[in-house]
Design a protein around this ligand. Structure first.
Ligand code: ADP
Ligand code: MG
Length: 256
């Protein structure tokens, strides 16, 4: 791995669900500190790409490299073969995902939610993890919610807890799948603010979003997907201001 080796490199990715090919040859690269946003209509394949990248889904063809190392496994039996398990663990730890529906554990406090995986999955020292977890909860602005349960928080607070949980894995990159889509507009902004802070700190991130304003504000690179293929991509100030493809123009007109 050299300084120029991308953190995430997706090459010629193909993914089918049964006979339905939903990703048809996609290349995406994120270097350290890059924020890459994926945009496109519902069903264009955005979530599938993120899920393939962190091995929530298998893929049929193409390569996914994490810091230059291929992260594919041999077909079936994901999570069962010990070598696969270690790979999956390494990738999910390093490409930490934040979901649309937060996916917090309802029976655990916010602090426990943030501490759980670093302590039980990674086996890190509990006292050190607690200190880090409290610092991340402070960073996302909910340090007063440590002892609350998810149901006692607003959606925006729950999503910020989910971001703190992802950060507490000390990942190389964060993957966001529509992090603000489940939120009321006034709560969206508190999550957008956290994502902007992370971008300005130089975190490597891939963000699936319907929020074109956020994509324009935080991204180094924007990828517009259409039916499992990249229709257009580029720097946000060019892509949003002077889209070349008619499909992208129509998409932007329908969302902005
Ligand atoms: P997006 O995130 O852009 O809305 P997705 O990646 O979720 O799109 O979906 C891409 C395509 O794959 C869609 O046609 C969707 O219906 C299909 N798809 C997604 N997940 C599954 C699944 N588990 N089984 C079958 N088809 C799926
Ligand atoms: Mg999706």
């Amino acid at each position: 791995m050299t300084k120029d080796t991308p953190v995430i490199e997706i090459r010629n990715l193909h993914k089918a669900y049964g006979a339905l090919e939903v990703i048809k040859g996609v290349d995406i690269t994120a270097h350290r500190g890059d924020v890459v946003s994926l945009i496109g209509s519902s069903g264009s394949g955005k979530s599938t790409i993120l899920r393939c990248a962190n091995l929530l889904e298998d893929s049929q063809q193409g390569d996914i490299l994490f810091k230059g190392e291929p992260v594919k496994w041999a077909g079936q039996g994901l999570d069962r073969h010990p070598a696969d398990f270690n790979q999956v663990l390494r990738i999910r730890t390093n490409l930490s995902m934040v979901f649309q529906q937060f996916n917090l554990w309802a029976h655990m406090t916010i602090l426990q939610n943030v501490m759980e995986a670093p302590v039980t999955v990674l086996g890190r020292d509990r006292a050190e993890v607690e200190q880090a977890a409290r610092a991340y909860l402070d960073k996302v602005g909910i340090s007063d919610k440590c002892d609350a349960y998810p149901a006692q928080l607003s959606g925006g607070q729950q999503q910020r807890a989910a971001i703190a949980r992802a950060l507490c894995m000390e990942p190389e990159a964060l993957l966001f799948d529509e992090p603000t889509s489940a939120l009321d507009p006034e709560l969206e902004q508190e999550v957008v603010r956290v994502i902007k802070d992370l971008a300005s700190e130089g975190r490597t991130m891939m963000i699936v979003t319907h929020d074109m304003k956020m994509a324009a504000d935080v991204s180094d690179h924007v990828v517009f997907l259409h039916q499992g293929l990249i229709e257009e991509e580029g720097a946000p100030d060019i892509l949003f201001k002077a889209p070349k493809s008619e499909r992208l123009r129509q998409f932007l007109n329908s969302t902005m």
